[in-house]
Design a protein around this ligand. Structure first.
Ligand code: ADP
Length: 837
C-alpha cells in the first residue's frame, strides 16, 4: 500500500483524499466511542444509584418491621428485652432515610415518594413511642387499645405501599437502562463497523487501524460490561422480572422469571407476554387482564388483583403477587413494560398454617392457654379454657393464672411454676381451680416452657383438664377396693386375686396364715406348687391354665396343705374372670372354701349306707332262711296232727278232738305266715334302668288265673281297661295285682264284689288303680295298713297282715308309690305308680 501511495501524483492526491477520509472515519469512531464511554459512565452511575435506592428501601422497611416487632413484643409481654430490636431500629432509621433521600435526590418523582415515606415514618415512630409509654404508664390493656385502633397498621401499610412503588420504579429504570445500553452498543457497533470498513477500504495504516480497533474493542467490552452489570442486577434480584416492548413482546426475562414460568430466556424472548405469563383468577379461573395492557392504559405502576395463579409452561399453578410499571424513554414516551412478580406459595402456606393453628387453638376441646414468660399471666386462652372456669375469653386474657387457683392451692401452684430447673421444660401439676361462681374443681395442668436459642424463657403453653370426674372415679375405685379387702379379710374363705395372666396380686390374711406366707412378703413365684396335694396338682394346674386361656370359670375340689400342721384339707376352689367394658379379662378373683367336713361326712354317709345295705341283706337272708327252715318242721307238726285226728278221732273224746283241731288250725296259720314272710323277704333288689318291660295286661291275666277259684266262689265281677307296659319284673306285678284283688275279694260286703283295674299316664309314670266296693277303711288307718302284720279286721277275716307290706315293698323297689283312698261301707281304691316304658 505504501508503494501505491508513492507511485504518482494523482494517486498521492487520492491518497491524501483517502487519508483525509480515513481520518474522518477514525474521528467518527472516536467521537462515537467517546459518546459511548460517556453513556456507559452515566448508565453505570445510574445503575449504582438504582441499586442503592433498592437496597436502602429494603433496609428502611426491614428496620421499621424490626421496630414494630419489638414494639408488639413489649406490648404483649412487658418484657424489656423486646425493646432491643426496637431501639436499634430506631437508631438506624434516620441514617437510612438520609441515605435514601440523597440517593433519590436526582429523581424528582422518587424524591417525592421518599419524602412521603420519611413523613410517614416520623408518624409511625411517634405512634410506637406513644404505645410504649402508655404500656409503661397505664399497662397492657391501654396500650393494646391504641394498637387496636389500627393507626400503626395503616401507617405501616402506607409505608409499604410507597416503598413498593419506589422499588418498582427502580426496576423499570433498570430495565430502561439496560435497553439504552443495548441501543448504544448497537449504534456504536454500526459506526465502528462502517468506519472500519472505510479504514480498511482506504488501506489506513495498520497502526492507526489497530489502535482504533483496539479502542473500539475496549469500548465494546466496556459497553458489554455495562450491559452485563445491568443484567447482573436484574439477574441477582430475588423477584421474577419480565420486560416487554410497547406491544407486549418480551425482550428480557431474569432467571427467577424463567424458573417460575418454565420458559427459558431464548424461548420467551420475542413471544407475546400473554403466551409466557399466563395468569388466571385462582377461584373463578377466569383469565386476568394482561398487565401490559393495563400498564399501557393507565400509564402508571399497577398491581394485579388478589388470588392470582400463574400457569407455568408445564401446567403447574403457582400463586403469585405481581406489579407492572411502564418503561419510558427520555421524552417520556412509554416504550415498554417491566413486570415484577413473586411466588407467594410459602407466604400463603405460612398464613394458612397460622390460621389453622389459631383455629385449632380456639376450638380445641380442652382448655389451652399461652402464658407470658414465668407463666404469671394469661397471654392467650381458648374458649374451652374460659368455659371450664365459667368466664368469657375476654374476661381472662391478661389476668394472672394464680387468680384461678383455689386459695389453698395458690402458693403451691406459684412454687411449682417457679422451680428453676433447666432440664425440665415440661411440667405437670394437679390442683384445685375455682370457677367464676366460686365452685371448685380438680384441674390437671400440663405445661411446656419455650426457650430461645440462648435458653431464656420466651413463653409457656399449657393445657388444662377438668379431672373432677376422674378423681371421683379414683375415689370410688379406692373405696370399692377397700370394701373388697375388708370383705376378703372378714370372710372365712381363702381369697385371692390375680392378674389376667394368673400372677397372684393379692391374697387375704387367712390365705397367708393357711399357706404360711409371711405378711410382709409378696406371693411366691410358684404359689400353687407347694400348696396342692401331689395327687391333684397336675390336674389343677392344667385346668387353671386352660381357664386362663379360655376365660371359662374355674372350679375344682382339691386338697391344700395347711402350713401350721402340714396336713391337707379339702377345698372347693373357684375363680371367676373380671372383664373390662370391652370384654377383655383384667383380673381373676378366686376363693377356696374349706369343704373338708362335708367331704368327710359324705364319706362317712357312704360307709354307713354300705353297712346298712349289708345288714339289710343279712336280715333278708336270715328271714328267708328262717321262714324256709321253719316250714319243714311245721309241716311235720301239721301232718302228724292231721294223722292223729284222722286215725285216733274215734278213740279220743270230744275235748281231745277239739284240741287237735286247734293245733291243726294253728299249724296252718303259722304255715301261711311263714309262706307270706318268705314271699316278703324275696322281694329285693333295687331298680335299674334296664329293668324288663312288662305288659300289665299279661300280668293281670296271670294274677286272675291264680285267683280264679276265689273269684268264682265270691261271684265277683272283675273288669279292667287297657293297661300299659311298665318297667318292673313280671312276678312283682303279678304279686301286686294278686294281693290287691284278693284283699278286694276278702274284705267284701254281702253283695257280690265288683273290682275294676285301670291305669292312667302321669308324666314319666303310670298310675294304677284297683277299686272295689268292699267294706272300706277308716280314714285314720289309711297309711297304717301298709305296715308288716298291720290288720284291721283280724278276728273276722283270715290273714297275716303281710299282703300290703309286700305291695309296699314291691312298689318301693321299683321306684313307685302306693296309697289308698277309701270310704267305709262303700269301698276302697288302691293306687300305685310304676315307671313307664
Ligand atoms: P291281711 O289281709 O292278711 O290281713 P293285708 O296286709 O293284706 O293283710 O291287709 C292289711 C289290712 O288292711 C287287712 O287286715 C284289712 O283290715 C285291711 N284291708 C286290706 N285290703 C282291704 C280292702 N280291700 N278293703 C278293706 N280293708 C282292707
Amino acid at each position: 500500500m505504501k508503494g501505491l501511495v508513492k507511485s504518482n501524483a494523482p494517486s498521492r492526491k487520492m491518497d491524501r483524499f483517502l487519508r483525509g477520509l480515513a481520518m474522518l472515519s477514525g474521528l467518527a469512531i472516536a467521537v462515537s466511542a467517546y459518546v459511548d464511554w460517556r453513556t456507559f459512565r452515566i448508565e453505570t452511575l445510574k445503575a449504582d444509584q438504582t441499586r442503592r435506592i433498592l437496597a436502602t428501601t429494603e433496609r428502611v422497611l426491614g428496620a421499621l418491621k424490626d421496630a414494630e416487632t419489638g414494639q408488639r413484643g413489649f406490648l404483649l409481654t412487658g418484657d424489656s428485652r423486646y425493646l432491643e430490636p426496637y431501639n436499634s431500629a430506631q437508631e438506624a432509621l434516620p441514617h437510612l432515610l438520609e441515605t435514601l433521600s440523597s440517593a433519590a435526590a436526582v429523581k424528582p418523582m422518587q424524591a417525592a415518594r421518599v419524602a412521603q415515606v420519611r413523613a410517614l415514618i416520623i408518624q409511625k415512630r411517634a405512634e410506637m413511642a406513644q404505645t410504649l409509654n402508655v404500656r409503661r404508664d397505664e399497662g397492657e390493656r391501654a396500650a393494646l387499645a391504641i394498637v387496636k385502633t389500627n393507626r400503626g397498621q395503616e401507617l405501616m401499610d402506607k409505608v409499604r405501599s410507597l416503598c413498593r412503588e419506589i422499588t418498582e420504579n427502580e426496576y423499570a429504570d433498570l430495565s430502561e437502562h439496560s435497553r439504552q445500553a443495548q441501543r448504544h452498543a448497537d449504534q456504536s457497533r454500526a459506526v465502528t463497523i462502517l468506519g472500519s470498513l472505510i479504514l480498511f477500504a482506504l488501506l489506513v495504516s495498520e497502526k492507526a487501524a489497530s489502535r482504533l480497533i483496539k479502542r473500539q474493542d475496549e469500548l465494546l467490552q466496556e459497553l458489554d460490561e455495562s450491559r452485563q452489570r445491568f443484567q447482573m442486577t436484574l439477574v441477582g434480584i430475588g423477584d421474577a422480572v419480565i420486560a416487554t416492548d410497547s406491544r407486549g413482546i418480551i425482550n428480557f426475562t431474569n432467571p427467577v422469571a424463567q424458573a417460575l414460568t418454565g420458559w427459558d430466556q431464548d424461548e420467551a424472548v420475542a413471544k407475546p407476554l400473554d403466551d409466557v405469563f399466563r395468569v388466571v383468577n385462582e377461584i373463578t379461573r377466569t383469565p386476568i387482564e394482561s398487565p401490559v395492557t393495563k400498564v399501557l392504559r393507565d400509564g402508571a405502576v399497577t398491581s394485579l388483583a388478589d388470588h392470582i395463579v400463574l400457569l407455568t409452561k408445564s401446567g403447574n399453578e403457582i400463586p403469585i403477587e405481581d406489579s407492572g410499571a411502564p418503561i419510558r424513554d427520555r421524552a417520556g414516551r412509554t416504550i415498554g413494560v417491566v413486570l415484577v412478580f413473586r411466588n407467594i406459595t410459602d407466604r400463603r402456606r405460612a398464613a394458612q398454617d397460622i390460621t389453622q393453628w389459631k383455629q385449632i387453638f380456639d376450638n380445641a376441646g380442652f382448655g389451652m392457654a399461652v402464658l407470658n414468660a414465668n407463666g404469671e399471666r394469661l397471654a392467650a386462652i381458648n374458649a374451652a379454657f374460659a368455659a371450664m372456669h365459667g368466664f368469657a375469653v375476654d374476661e381472662l386474657v391478661g389476668r394472672p393464672l394464680a387468680d384461678l387457683a383455689a386459695p389453698e392451692w395458690r402458693d403451691e401452684l406459684l412454687a411449682a411454676m417457679h422451680v428453676r430447673d433447666s432440664d425440665s421444660v415440661h411440667r405437670m401439676f394437679e390442683g384445685t381451680h375455682v370457677r367464676k361462681d366460686g365452685t371448685k374443681f380438680a384441674c390437671l395442668i400440663d405445661m411446656t416452657i419455650f426457650l430461645d436459642a440462648e435458653g431464656a424463657e420466651l413463653y409457656r403453653a399449657a393445657y388444662f383438664s377438668d379431672i373432677s370426674e376422674r378423681k371421683k372415679i379414683e375415689e370410688a375405685t379406692r373405696e370399692s377396693e377397700e370394701r373388697f379387702r375388708t370383705l376378703a379379710t372378714a370372710l372365712p374363705e381363702l381369697i385371692w386375686s390375680s392378674m389376667a395372666d394368673g400372677t397372684i396380686e393379692y391374697v387375704n390374711p387367712l390365705w397367708r396364715e393357711y399357706a404360711g406366707w409371711p405378711a410382709d412378703q409378696g406371693a411366691p413365684s410358684d404359689p400353687w406348687a407347694n400348696l396342692l396335694h401331689p395327687d391333684e396338682r397336675e390336674q389343677y394346674l392344667g385346668k387353671w391354665s386352660s381357664s386362663l386361656n379360655t376365660g371359662d370359670l374355674f372350679e375344682m375340689q382339691c386338697r391344700l396343705r395347711r402350713a401350721s400342721d402340714r396336713n391337707y384339707r379339702w377345698f372347693l376352689c373357684r375363680a371367676v374372670p373380671m372383664r373390662d367394658p370391652s370384654g377383655r379379662i383384667v383380673r381373676w378373683l378366686g376363693g377356696c372354701t374349706d369343704i373338708h367336713h362335708q367331704i368327710e361326712s359324705a364319706d362317712q354317709l357312704k360307709r354307713t349306707n354300705e353297712a346298712l345295705r349289708r345288714s339289710n341283706a343279712d336280715l333278708e337272708q336270715f328271714a328267708y332262711a328262717a321262714s324256709h327252715d321253719l316250714q319243714e318242721p311245721l309241716r311235720m307238726v301239721a301232718i302228724y296232727t292231721q294223722l292223729l285226728k284222722e286215725e285216733y278221732a274215734a278213740k279220743l273224746d270230744l275235748q281231745a278232738n277239739s284240741y287237735i283241731d286247734l293245733a291243726v288250725t294253728g299249724a296252718r296259720r303259722v304255715e301261711t305266715l311263714l309262706k307270706d314272710l318268705l314271699l316278703y323277704s324275696r322281694v329285693s333288689g333295687a331298680q335299674t334302668d334296664d329293668d324288663e318291660l312288662v305288659d300289665a295286661n299279661d300280668a293281670l291275666k296271670k294274677a286272675l288265673l291264680n285267683l280264679e277259684v276265689s273269684i268264682s266262689e265270691n261271684t265277683a265281677k272283675v273288669t279292667s281297661g287297657v293297661l300299659p307296659k311298665v318297667r318292673i319284673p313280671e312276678p312283682h306285678l303279678i304279686q301286686l295285682f294278686q294281693n290287691l284283688i284278693s284283699n278286694a275279694l276278702k274284705y267284701r260286703r254281702p253283695e257280690p264284689p265288683t273290682i275294676n283295674i285301670s291305669a292312667e299316664r302321669q308324666g314319666e309314670r303310670w298310675q294304677f288303680a284297683v277299686a272295689d266296693n268292699g267294706i272300706g277303711i277308716e280314714a285314720q288307718y289309711l297309711t297304717h295298713i301298709f305296715g308288716v302284720f298291720k290288720r284291721l279286721h283280724g278276728h273276722s277275716y283270715e290273714g297275716t297282715g303281710i299282703g300290703l307290706a309286700i305291695c309296699q315293698k314291691i312298689v318301693d323297689r321299683n321306684g313307685g308309690r302306693i296309697w289308698v283312698q277309701s270310704e267305709p261301707g262303700k269301698g276302697s281304691i288302691f293306687f300305685f305308680t310304676l315307671r313307664a316304658a
